[in-house]
Ligand binder design. Structure first.
Ligand code: 5AD
Ligand code: SF4
Length: 433
C-alpha cells in the first residue's frame, strides 16, 4: 500500500488545503505516514508570508531529500511554490512537483505520470474547490473557505501575489459545505478567507450575498454550536456583519481584525488607508452589539521608515483596544511587494527590540484578561486530550486554551467549564455542575 507524508506550514487556509490534499490521497487508496523515510509521496504545503517561513521550507526540503526513499515522489504546494516557481527545481533538483495554492488539485497528474516534472502556479480561482471530492469526515472545527485572495494590496504583503485577487465562492456551495460538515461531525464552523469579510457573491438572479448571509444561513444548523470567521479587514466590517454579533448567539464573541500599526503615517505607507478613529468607531460599534466581545490583531513592527514615535503609537493602540490573542511580527521584506523597495529599511536589532517591547505589552494585556476570567463559567469546545492523556484541552469562546484534569475518553464536545486559574498563555478549569 502506497503511503503519503504531508507537512503543512502557515495559516488556516493552508491547514484547510492540507486536509483536502490528505483526504484526496486517502480516497485514492494511499495511507498517511508521519515518517518521511517511509513515504512514497512527500508533500510540503508551504507559507511565504515572511522570509523565515520560506527559509524553513527550503531547509526542510534539504533534510527530506537526504531522508526520503530514492524513488519517492517529492514536491511543494502552496505559497512558496507560487513564490519560487520553476526556480524551486533549480534549488532542489530532486523535486517532482511545484504546485501553487490554487492548483494542488492537479496532484493526481504526478501520481499517474511519476517521471514527469509538474509545475503549475496558475491562479485558477475556484477550480480546486470544484474538482476535489468532499472530505468524508469533518474535524470538530470545520474551516470553510468562502473567498480566496486579497484586493487590498498592503505594500508589505505577498498574499495578493501568491493567492491572487479576491474570488468569492458561490453562496450555495459554501452552505452545502457547511451542511456536509455538520452532517459529518463538525461542531464549530470557521469561515475562512484572506479577506473574509470582503465576501461578496452575486447569483444569476442578481441577488448579492455577504458574510452576514452565510452566518445567518448556517446558524440554524442544530449540530453547529459555534461560528466564527477570520481574517477581517477593518473597513469591510459593515453594519450588517456587526449586527450578527447582536442577533446570532452562536457567533463567538471574538474577532480577529488586524490593525498592523497604530501610526497614521505607517498605515499610509502600508497602503492601509483608514483613519485610526474609524477603526476605533468600528470597535465601539462591535462592543455595543456584543458587550463581551474581544478583539485580536496582527502587528508588524519595524516597517520601513517606522520611527520611535510611530512605534509608541502602536503600543498605545494595543493598550487602548486591549487586544487579546494577538500576533506580532518583525517586518520581513518580500519579493513582489512595494515595501521591499522602500528606503529606510529598519535594522534588524531595532526590529527585534521593538518586537520584544510590543510582545511584553501584549502579554500583559492577555494575562490581565485571562485573570479576569477566573471564577467565570464559560461554554467551551473540547479539542481532545493533551499529550499526557491526563487532561482535556478546551477552547473558550475567546479562543483561549483551557486545561481540565480529566481522563474521560468520550467527553461532550461542548461543556460548561468553571475557570479556576490563569496565566499568560492559558487557563485551567473544571467541569461546572
Ligand atoms: N512581514 C511581516 N509580517 C507580515 N505579515 C504579512 N506580510 C508580512 C511581512 N512582509 C503579517 C501581517 C498579517 C499576518 C498574516 O502576517 O501581520 O496580518
Ligand atoms: Fe495581505 Fe491581509 Fe493586506 Fe490582504 S489585507 S494584502 S492579505 S495583509
Amino acid at each position: 500500500m502506497k503511503k503519503f507524508f504531508i507537512k503543512t506550514f502557515g495559516c488556516q487556509m493552508n491547514v484547510y488545503d492540507g486536509q483536502r490534499i490528505a483526504s484526496m490521497l486517502s480516497q485514492r487508496g494511499l495511507v498517511e505516514t508521519h515518517e518521511v523515510s517511509d513515504a512514497d509521496i512527500i508533500i510540503l504545503n508551504t507559507c511565504a508570508v515572511r522570509a523565515k517561513a520560506t527559509d524553513k521550507v527550503f531547509s526542510a526540503l534539504g533534510r527530506i531529500r537526504r531522508a526520503k526513499k530514492p524513488d519517492a515522489l517529492f514536491g511543494i504546494v502552496g505559497c512558496v511554490a507560487r513564490e519560487a516557481g520553476a526556480h524551486a527545481f533549480k534549488r532542489i533538483p530532486e523535486l517532482n512537483f511545484v504546485l501553487g495554492p490554487q492548483s494542488y488539485h492537479k496532484l493526481p497528474e504526478i501520481l499517474e505520470n511519476p517521471d514527469a516534472r509538474l509545475l503549475n502556479i496558475d491562479l485558477g480561482g475556484l477550480e480546486k474547490f470544484d474538482e476535489l471530492p468532499q472530505m468524508s469526515q469533518s474535524p470538530t472545527v470545520a474551516y470553510i473557505p468562502v473567498q480566496e485572495g486579497c484586493n487590498h494590496c498592503c505594500t508589505y504583503c505577498i498574499v495578493p501575489y501568491t493567492r491572487g485577487r479576491e474570488v468569492s465562492r458561490p453562496f450555495e456551495d459554501v452552505i452545502r459545505d457547511c451542511k456536509h460538515a455538520a452532517d459529518t461531525g463538525a461542531i464549530e464552523i470557521c469561515f475562512l478567507g484572506q479577506n473574509v469579510n470582503g465576501y461578496k457573491y452575486t447569483d444569476s438572479d442578481g441577488k448579492t450575498y455577504r458574510l452576514s448571509d452565510l452566518i445567518r444561513a448556517t446558524a440554524p444548523l442544530p449540530e453547529i454550536r459555534r461560528i466564527r470567521f477570520t481574517s477581517s479587514y477593518p473597513t469591510e466590517m459593515t453594519d450588517d456583519l456587526i449586527d450578527m454579533f447582536r442577533t446570532e448567539a452562536k457567533l463567538l464573541p471574538f474577532l480577529n481584525m488586524p490593525i498592523q500599526s497604530g501610526s497614521p503615517n505607517v498605515l499610509t505607507r502600508m497602503n492601509r488607508p483608514y483613519e485610526l478613529n474609524l477603526y476605533i468607531d468600528i470597535v465601539d460599534k462591535l462592543r455595543a452589539a456584543r458587550p463581551d466581545i474581544q478583539i485580536s490583531s496582527d502587528f508588524i513592527v519595524g516597517f520601513p521608515g517606522e520611527t520611535d514615535q510611530d512605534f509608541a503609537m502602536t503600543q498605545e493602540i494595543a493598550r487602548k483596544i486591549k487586544y487579546i490573542n494577538s500576533y506580532s511580527f518583525k517586518y520581513s521584506p518580500r519579493p513582489h511587494t512595494a515595501a521591499s523597495l522602500m528606503p529606510d529599511q529598519i535594522p534588524e536589532n531595532i526590529k527585534a527590540a521593538r518586537l520584544a517591547l510590543l510582545d511584553d505589552a501584549l502579554n500583559d494585556i492577555q494575562r490581565t484578561f485571562n485573570e479576569s476570567c477566573v471564577g467565570r463559567t464559560l461554554e467551551c469546545l473540547c479539542e481532545g486530550p493533551d499529550k499526557t492523556g491526563r487532561h482535556l484541552v478546551y477552547r473558550t469562546p475567546y479562543m483561549q486554551q483551557c486545561i481540565v484534569a480529566s481522563t474521560d475518553a468520550a467527553p461532550a464536545p461542548i461543556a460548561a467549564i468553571k475557570i479556576t486559574a490563569a496565566n499568560k498563555a492559558s487557563l485551567r478549569g473544571e467541569l461546572a455542575d
